[in-house]
Write a protein that binds this ligand. Structure first.
Ligand code: 5AD
Ligand code: SF4
Length: 464
């Protein structure tokens, strides 16, 4: 069957199941709990869209919910433990509220080990589905309401059927758009290729269509999502690249800002680097995870670039766009990391001067190649983590302080958590800025003069 026929078939089926729930189920308060990355946040937006269609109301309190969906993450051990803790609490709640339905989805459910553990230890779970078949939720709910103890369905690889479903976005002025699913890189520490399956790109026309309709509904900023956006298009067997896609998105009238997450240094092309000069809507911001600064460690991580390759790429990027803000993911304590290797990471951080960073302590993931390598002591890992932050934060502060006195454009996202007469938003370079403002500012791009800055945020004053 052609993919488009499959999608049509699927949509007809989903509609039937949704109609059943809509008509036959009375108690419909739902709560979706999301763990993990932007990919998961966006998956939860799709889940909420399906729930909305079935007539569910969204609630924020567990005690008020008739259905709880836990969207899980397995990138680190601590993320999994958090989910097990939560499912334990829900076990008690279910004892006192017999008709409560508990659904578990996301990356953990794609892993046999975690899924089997949940099935064995938490018999209170009614529904299980994965990252590649979110659209099965209405059918699984029907199966569960029809009396099945555990309604479960898992799809190993992305099969593009997400095209049939929409998303209830957390914000209407900024939106995530998937451009691809899965990952083929098999970095030796990472669980993602085993949970999200093989890399699959969406058709350019579907992506453009989705963005155009979002812009019609008020979206000003879109973030293109994929585990490795630089290899966009490879699974489509065309010459259409990620740089080509950015160019088409840049032509969409009414759209103001474009971001993307995440890039892999090995695949970043000169065309893509040049996009930062050529495309007026592409934000001056590049998140390029380096993971480690030692070529030896990078080799064992299967990253396929050296420390020098990474530094050369950053030099090119800075030459094309000297104002670009740089962000990265860095890990300490990878198996076998020596003091010399770690010093290479510190050296790279000093040379690049990242504006923002996401820092991690290596966490063993069962059945990944790195899990079988010689592990290093926890104390050493924690000590290196602290020393890494000691290098990163002052650089971040120095770079943020460079903006003091300058006027920058802020997309205002929300009220500030610090003061109730303040709002908060982000610069093109993804820096968080707080300034005095009101509800009318939320969703608008506003000129703000920067007055003060520290390592994590800036403070400013609205112009005019
Ligand atoms: N341990 C610690 N950090 C990890 N990441 C991925 N896998 C692991 C792991 N096993 C980090 C990487 C990745 C980010 C999303 O999470 O830095 O880029
Ligand atoms: Fe994991 Fe590497 Fe794929 Fe990123 S590129 S999702 S770190 S395997």
């Amino acid at each position: 069957m052609e993919n488009s026929d499959l999608i049509k078939d699927l949509k007809d089926n989903v509609n039937e199941y949704m109609a059943f729930i809509q008509e036959n189920i009375n108690k419909k308060n739902a709560m979706v709990i999301t763990h993990g990355c932007q990919m998961n946040e966006h998956d939860s937006e799709k889940i909420i869209w399906l729930l909305d269609k079935m007539g569910y109301n969204q609630v924020n309190e567990i005690n008020k919910a008739d259905l709880i969906v836990v969207n899980t993450c397995s990138v680190r051990h601590s993320a999994e433990d958090k989910v097990y803790g939560q499912l334990g609490n829900l076990k008690n709640l279910k004892n006192s509220k017999k008709d409560l339905k508990v659904a578990v989805c996301g990356c953990m459910m794609q892993r046999d080990e975690s899924r089997n553990y949940v099935i064995e230890k938490f018999p209170n779970v009614d529904i299980i589905f994965g990252t590649n078949n979110i659209w099965k939720l209405p059918e699984l709910l029907c199966t569960s309401y029809n009396g099945k103890k555990l309604a479960m369905d898992i799809e190993k690889n992305p099969i593009g059927l997400d095209e049939g479903i929409g998303a209830v976005r957390a914000f209407d002025f900024k939106s995530y758009v998937n451009i691809m699913y899965g990952c083929n890189n098999f970095c030796t520490y990472c669980i993602v290729p085993y949970t999200r399956g093989r890399e699959t790109s969406r058709e350019p026309k579907d992506i453009i269509h989705e963005i155009k309709s979002l812009v019609k509904n008020g979206t000003k900023e879109i973030t293109l999502l994929g585990q490795n956006v630089n290899s966009y298009g490879k699974s489509l067997n065309t010459k259409f690249t990620f740089a080509n896609l950015l160019e088409e998105v840049n032509n969409i009238e009414g759209l103001e800002r474009i971001r993307f997450m995440t890039s892999h240094p090995k695949d970043i092309s000169n065309d893509l680097i040049f996009s930062f000069k050529k495309l007026d809507k592409l934000c001056n911001f590049l998140h390029l995870p380096v993971q480690a600064g030692s070529t030896n460690v990078l080799k064992r991580m299967n990253r396929k670039y050296t420390k020098e390759d990474y530094l050369r790429t950053i030099d090119k990027v800075k030459k094309v766009n000297p104002d670009i803000a740089l962000s990265t993911d860095i890990m300490v304590g990878f198996p076998g990391e020596t003091e010399e290797d770690f010093n290479d990471t510190l050296d790279l951080c000093r040379k690049v001067e990242f504006d923002t960073s996401f820092t991690f302590i290596y966490s063993v993931r069962e059945n990944t190649p790195a899990a079988k390598m010689q592990q290093i002591h926890d104390k050493i890992k924690h000590d290196r983590f602290e020393r890494l932050l000691d290098i990163l934060y002052p650089i971040q502060e120095k770079k943020n302080k460079k903006l003091v006195g300058k006027t920058v454009k802020i997309l205002v996202e929300d009220y500030s958590k610090k003061r109730n007469d303040f709002v908060t938003g982000r610069t093109e370079g993804f820096k968080l800025v707080n300034f005095k403002g009101s509800a009318e500012d939320i969703g608008n791009i506003i000129d703000v003069n920067i007055k003060d800055a520290n390592s994590f945020s800036l403070e400013g004053e609205k112009i005019g």
